[in-house]
Design a protein around this ligand. Structure first.
Ligand SMILES: Nc1ncnc2c1ncn2[C@@H]1O[C@H](COP(=O)(O)OP(=O)(O)O)[C@@H](O)[C@H]1O
Ligand SMILES: [Mg+2]
Length: 268
C-alpha cells in the first residue's frame, strides 16, 4: 500500500518578480513502512514538498494522495524542520510532550514517553532547561525527541541532523534506525520516513531507497535502491566497498543537477 502518492504535483509561489516554480511536476510513491531519503540541489523544492505532505502548503497543480493506515490511531505525521523548531517559552520536557498533550495522552504515559525519548537523544539531564540554555545541536535533539514521542505513521524530516557535530549525527542516525526498525514490527505497517538530506552518505546509511531530485522546479530524476541488510551500523556500512560504489552512483546523478542549478542561478 502506498501511503504517500504524488501525481504530477506542482507548486508555484507568487514572487515579487513573477511566479516562482518551486516544485514539479513530481511523481512519487512511498510505501507504508518504507524509509525514503531525498537528495537534490539547494532550492529545488525539497522543503516545499515535505511541507505539502505535512499539510502546511497547498498544491498548485496535480495531486497528492495521503492514505493513513486504517487501523492506526497514531497521528498521520510529525515534522522535524530544518532550523530550530523548539518552543522557546516551554521547558525541554514541555516541548517533548507537546504533541502527546495535543493528542490527549494521559499524564503518566506522557511522562514516561518524555523520559524515554530524552534518553534516546541524550538529554536526560535537561528536562527542566529552556531552549535558550541549550546549544543549537541540543535544541535540534529536543525537536527530534518531540517528533519521536508523537509516534506518527509518517515521520517527515528536513535535514534534521544538518547542524549537528559528526559524533552526535552518527549516534542519532543509529537511534533513528533503531526507532524505525522497532516500529517495523507494528501491525499497521510500521513507520514511514521521508528524510531530506544534503549528505549522500547519510542517505545511503538510512534509506531503503534514495531519490534524486532535479534542479528547480524539482522532479524525481533518479532512484537508487539501497540493498544493505538491517539492522545497520553506520560505520560497518561505510567500510563496505559497495557503499562507495553506491555513493559514486548517487553523486553522478546529483552532480548533473547541482551544475544545472548553479547555471540557473547565474542566469537569474
Ligand atoms: N513561502 C514561499 N514563498 C515564495 N517562495 C518560496 C516559498 N517557500 C519556498 N520558496 C521558493 O521555492 C523554491 C524551493 O524552496 P525549498 O523548498 O525551500 O528548496 P530546498 O528545500 O530544496 O532547498 C525556492 O526558490 C524558494 O525560494
Ligand atoms: Mg530545504
Amino acid at each position: 500500500m502506498s501511503i504517500i502518492h504524488a501525481i504530477a504535483l506542482t507548486k508555484i509561489f507568487p514572487g515579487p518578480l513573477g511566479p516562482i516554480a518551486a516544485l514539479g511536476p513530481l511523481d512519487l510513491s512511498v510505501a507504508a513502512g518504507e524509509f525514503v531519503c531525498i537528495v537534490g540541489p539547494s532550492g529545488c523544492g525539497k522543503s516545499t514538498f515535505l511541507r505539502m505532505v505535512a499539510g502546511l502548503e497547498e498544491a498548485t497543480g496535480g495531486e497528492l494522495r495521503l492514505t493513513a493506515p486504517a487501523t492506526s490511531e497514531r497521528p498521520f505525521n510529525s515534522m522535524v524542520f530544518q532550523g530550530d523548531s523548539t518552543f522557546p517559552w516551554m521547558t525541554v520536557h514541555e516541548n517533548v510532550e507537546y504533541g502527546l498533550k495535543m493528542q490527549g495522552v494521559r499524564d503518566k504515559q506522557r511522562a514516561a514517553a518524555v523520559v524515554e525519548m530524552l534518553a534516546v537523544v541524550g538529554l536526560s539531564g535537561f528536562a527542566e532547561a529552556y531552549p535558550y540554555q541549550l546549544s543549537g545541536g541540543m535544541r535540534q535533539r529536543v525537536a527530534l525527541a518531540r517528533a519521536f514521542a508523537n509516534d506518527p505513521a509518517v515521520l517527515l524530516m528536513d535535514e534534521p541532523f544538518g547542524a549537528l557535530d559528526e559524533q552526535n549525527r552518527v549516534l542519532l542516525q543509529e537511534e533513528l534506525l533503531r526507532i524505525w526498525e522497532r516500529a517495523g514490527a507494528a501491525t499497521d505497517g510500521g513507520k514511514t520516513v521521508l528524510f531530506v538530506t544534503h549528505s549522500i552518505d547519510e542517505a545511503l546509511v538510512l534509506a531503503d531507497r534514495v531519490l534524486v531530485m532535479s534542479a528547480a522546479p524539482g522532479r524525481i530524476v533518479d532512484e537508487i535502491r539501497v540493498p544493505f541488510a538491517r539492522p545497520r551500523q553506520v560505520y560497518e556500512l561505510k567500510r563496505d566497498p559497495q557503499f562507495g560504489e553506491l555513493a559514486y552512483r548517487v553523486w553522478q546523478s546529483l552532480r548533473k543537477e547541482v551544475n544545472q542549478s548553479r547555471l540557473a542561478e547565474k542566469q537569474r
